[in-house]
Write a protein that binds this ligand. Structure first.
Ligand SMILES: NC(=O)c1ccc[n+]([C@@H]2O[C@H](COP(=O)([O-])OP(=O)(O)OC[C@H]3O[C@@H](n4cnc5c(N)ncnc54)[C@H](OP(=O)(O)O)[C@@H]3O)[C@@H](O)[C@H]2O)c1
Length: 264
């Protein structure tokens, strides 16, 4: 039997960018806690087996296509979610990506692409979600944004990405203040390096993978379920007095100044 503070039965969540990678881990963890789930991504092709897996946890699951860098899609995806799951009170703004090139080569277009998806997308989706919740009732809800450990410390070569994640950290605090009196908690997940298609380049570079594994005090790269389960905490009764926070899930990477020196 599940612990009631982590039980999401009867609830529903919209998770943006959830057809693979971290978003899929978030969707699966929420479904395992009993939550109905609306998946989102731009392409529908990977979706049918995902819906079948989620429904195997005895929850309802659907998919709505939409590009979260497009303002019209931010609103349409939220509207479709409320139409299918009228009780929805959990939003996870996960859709985000990395468009950086070398700083001196970086174009205004790539900078804008980063902020359109990683920052404006989260802003507009949260705004549409909170407006729709308020039209339905005054119960409030849970908003979980997607930051990154890069909001706290940089790896280099990622100026626009890091700036976008720093913006999410600031937006989390600002939204927590604005929406707390309306009954919403607003927090952000800040994962370190997690195995997803976005980080699949590690498979081609075993020395780099070993380096990153050794850099984390827990000596490994994170897995998507480890981020998903943190979202269950923030969405459930357990997280009811937590707001305005970054929840760092990075194996201790950002706890240290620099990794320990090698032997010798
Ligand atoms: N992986 C990491 O180590 C790590 C660490 C810290 C933070 N993060 C953050 O976690 C989030 C997810 O990262 P990830 O590694 O899981 O990425 P990913 O492997 O690239 O997953 C992308 C998911 O988002 C969807 N997506 C991509 N662009 C989209 C768009 N414009 N609109 C809607 N959906 C879109 C993809 O489906 P389609 O391609 O069909 O659209 C897919 O479902 C990002 O915000 C990222 O910054 C990741």
């Amino acid at each position: 039997m599940s612990h009631p503070s982590f039980d999401l039965r009867g609830r529903a969540a919209l998770i943006t960018g959830s057809t693979y990678g971290l978003g899929w881990g978030l969707a699966r963890a929420l479904a395992r806690a009993g939550c109905d789930v609306m998946l989102n991504g731009r392409r529908p092709d990977p979706v049918p087996p995902l819906l079948a897996e989620l429904r195997g946890y005895d929850v309802a699951a659907e998919f709505v296509a939409g590009d979260m860098s497009q303002p019209a899609d931010n609103a349409a995806v939220v509207a479709a979610t409320f139409a299918r799951f009228p009780q929805v009170d959990i939003l996870v703004c996960n859709a985000g990506s990395f468009f950086d090139t070398d700083f001196l080569e970086m174009t205004a277009a790539r900078f804008d692409q980063t902020f359109a998806l990683n920052v404006r997308g989260q802003f507009l989706t949260t705004q549409a979600f909170v407006q729709a919740c308020r039209q339905r009732d005054e119960q409030g809800g849970r908003v979980i944004l997607m930051a990154s450990a890069n909001a706290l410390q940089s790896e280099g070569g990622s100026v626009a990405y890091d700036a976008s994640k720093g913006a999410i950290a600031a937006m989390t605090r600002a939204l927590a203040i604005d929406l707390g009196p309306l009954g919403f908690t607003v927090n952000a997940l800040a994962p370190g390096l997690i195995d997803t298609p976005l980080t699949s380049w590690l498979a081609q570079r075993p020395a780099a993978r070993a380096h990153y594994e050794q850099a984390a005090p827990l000596r490994r790269i994170g897995q998507i379920d480890e981020v998903g389960e943190a979202a269950v905490y923030l969405a459930g009764a357990a997280g009811r007095y937590v707001t305005g926070q970054l929840l760092v899930i990075d194996g201790g990477l950002t706890a240290q100044q620099i990794p320990p020196a090698p032997e010798g």
